[in-house]
Write a protein that binds this ligand. Structure first.
Ligand SMILES: [Zn+2]
Length: 53
């Protein structure tokens, strides 16, 4: 899946194209994937609705 997340190393928003859905310990859906520029793992919290998509 694709998502936009904030990369802390690049210090800007990046379009992550190889993201995957995961869940936090509390069951909240998050998207996670490598930054296209620096390969740092970028995460983004999703709404419950998005997490089910
Ligand atoms: Zn980056």
């Amino acid at each position: 899946m694709e998502f936009v997340g904030y990369c802390v190393r690049c210090r800007k928003q990046q379009n992550i194209k190889q993201g995957r859905l995961e869940k936090t310990a509390k069951g909240r859906p998050i998207a996670k994937g490598p930054c296209p520029e620096c390969s740092t793992t970028v995460t983004r919290f999703l709404s419950e609705k998005q997490g089910k998509a």
